[in-house]
Design a protein around this ligand. Structure first.
Ligand code: NAD
Length: 292
């Protein structure tokens, strides 16, 4: 069992830390907010007075923070305090460029480094069923695997530094595009006189099939557990999808990749968020089509 520092005890971090404690690890947490500290205590973590104290003498340091700038500022702050030979895992969703800088900073501290963003949301964090997309050296990935396991349903090794973040933004760009396409098809189907169930029965067994239909159908009825049945309460909020889409477009710009549908999906989610729907589940974007 390891001595783990967990930095960032928000909606995702606190339940992830709880699963590490349940697995028998000793976890010391830190968050800037009182709410985060309280959630960490409830998860069974000791709470450090600051981030430097949290990481001192730890075998593993996990960060679960909002964005690249937070991760890099924490890595800057703890640079003198990290034990040589320790393992640093960043599970935040951040831009690929910052992820690569974080790897360099970790290596300069004498630590092993893994970027391991997740999908699966808050329920996945609570249930220990997150999908981790991991990037780093083979040695670092070998060391990270048993640490991630109590929080994971699946761990996919994606490649070297930044590969986990790259996989995450590519996956979520596909998700946004297929969701918008699925919403368009269901609204078109309704206007052509099809029932939602009839279209679902065809698409879920045909070449138009995707997760956006079979697991997360954007109309109520065919998939009783999808957020459409719960007035589009998240789920996966529009603003979180928009964050990931913006990361995909930033990454595309850096490598001059052409992503016209990704760009269009970003613009549509941006407009939907600005219309006041940032907290709605991302499948709720079907409402923009229904209103027309
Ligand atoms: P959150 O805002 O609930 O939690 C982030 C926490 O980090 C906050 O408690 C904040 O106080 C803390 N924090 C910020 N700066 C800090 C610092 N310098 N030191 C210590 N603590 C600091 O966000 P979340 O929903 O837990 O998401 C965390 C990450 O996971 C994000 O990158 C997000 O994109 C990603 N993610 C979220 C979901 C989801 O469904 N919520 C799903 C997949 C991935």
């Amino acid at each position: 069992m390891s001595n783990i520092a967990f930095i960032g005890l928000g909606n995702m971090g606190a339940p992830m830390a709880a699963n590490l404690v349940k697995a028998g690890h000793t976890v010391t947490g830190f968050d800037l907010t009182d709410a985060g500290k309280e959630a960490g205590r409830a998860a069974g973590c000791a709470i450090a007075g600051d981030v430097v104290e949290a990481v001192a003498d730890k075998d593993v340091i996990i960060t679960m923070l909002p964005a690249g700038k937070h991760v890099l500022s924490v890595y800057e702050e703890i640079a003198g305090a990290v034990k040589s030979g320790s393992l640093m895992i960043d599970s935040s969703t951040i831009d690929v460029e910052s992820a690569r800088v974080a790897h360099e900073k970790a290596l300069a501290m004498g630590a092993m480094s893994v970027d391991a963003p997740v999908s699966g949301g808050i329920m996945g964090a609570i249930n220990g069923t997150l999908a981790f997309m991991a990037g780093g050296s083979d040695e670092a990935l070998d060391a990270a695997t048993p640490i991630l396991e109590p929080m994971a349903g699946k761990i996919v090794r994606c490649g070297g530094a930044g590969a986990g973040q790259a996989a995450k933004v590519c996956n979520n760009m596909i998700l946004a595009v297929t969701m918008i396409g699925t919403c368009e098809a269901f609204e078109l189907g309704r206007r052509l006189g099809l029932t939602d169930q009839a279209l679902f029965d065809v698409v879920s067994n045909a070449s138009g099939q995707s997760w956006s239909t079979t697991t997360y159908c954007p109309v109520p009825g065919p998939v009783p557990t999808s957020p459409a049945n719960n007035d589009y309460k998240p789920g996966f909020a529009v603003d979180l999808m928009l964050k990931d889409l913006k990361l995909s477009q930033e990454a595309a710009g850096q490598v001059e990749a052409s992503t016209p549908l990704g760009a269009q999906a970003t613009a549509l989610y941006e407009a939907f968020s600005q219309a006041g729907h940032g907290g709605m589940d991302f499948s709720g974007i079907i409402k923009t089509l229904q209103e027309k």
